[in-house]
Design a protein around this ligand. Structure first.
Ligand code: CDP
Length: 215
């Protein structure tokens, strides 16, 4: 990592493993910017739906990608994403987006475009970024890599408790089996099984590791 760049903390894991809550808290504790890379894939999935495109039609999706502008920024320490000047807001977690996002995330060109936007954060700030390929691809050079897991049963329960209809098993399958940057625990990542841990306990494990390294 070059001296001018910020510090990147990579937090990966499957759907509803708790990685978002952990990453948000870790970022607050350290005063780093929290970025949910999944929101970028969701924003583009929303755009695909808005345009009435079939997410499984790669040619048509890529055509749309070429005419889409992403503006990724930060507000109050949290990453923001605008698509063609619009903030999709709550639409990012709609049932339709949940059902579509993993299909568009399989396309290498979509990933290249969004990975570049993700890497740009470290050019001007310290960042805690969560996703599926942050430790393995986006910031593969960072020494701070965490993989937050939980059993499928616990993850289904957590999502239900949020009152969200989500096809976790489908997304897990698509995310883990795709050719481009599949979901994996990056080499050297600290794997934390959060099935029987509270949010506080997981945050403590992650912070302990980072502080030991930073000291
Ligand atoms: O809902 P959850 O927090 O599990 O997922 P998310 O982080 O919002 O990501 C939604 C979807 O975007 C994932 O299921 C992946 O298909 C895709 N994604 C990805 O491919 N790579 C990332 N770095 C982040 C998300």
């Amino acid at each position: 990592m070059s001296a001018e760049k910020g510090i990147a903390i990579a937090i990966d894991g499957p759907a509803a493993s708790g990685k978002s809550s952990v990453a948000r808290r870790v970022a607050q504790e350290l005063g780093f910017v929290f970025v949910n890379s999944g929101a970028m894939y969701r924003a583009f999935a929303w755009q695909v739906l808005q345009a009435g495109k079939d997410a499984n039609d790669e040619v048509s999706v890529l055509e749309l990608l070429h005419s889409t502008q992403f503006e990724c920024g930060e507000k109050d320490g949290v990453g923001t994403v605008f698509v063609n000047g619009v903030d999709p807001g709550e639409q990012l977690t709609s049932d339709q987006v949940n059902a579509t996002v993993s299909a568009i995330a399989t396309y290498p060109e979509v990933r290249e475009r969004l990975v570049a936007a993700q890497r740009a954060y470290r050019e001007h700030c310290n960042v805690v970024m969560e996703g599926r390929d942050i430790g393995s691809v986006v910031f593969s050079d960072t020494p701070y890599k965490y993989y937050i897991d939980a059993s499928p049963e616990v993850r289904e329960q957590r999502r239900k408790a949020q009152g969200i209809v989500d096809s976790i098993a489908d997304r897990d399958r698509q995310d883990s089996t795709r050719k481009a940057s599949p979901l994996v625990a990056a080499e050297g990542a600290v794997v934390v099984d959060s099935s029987d841990l509270s949010l506080e306990e997981v945050v403590a494990v992650v912070l302990r590791g980072i502080r030991k390294h930073l000291a």
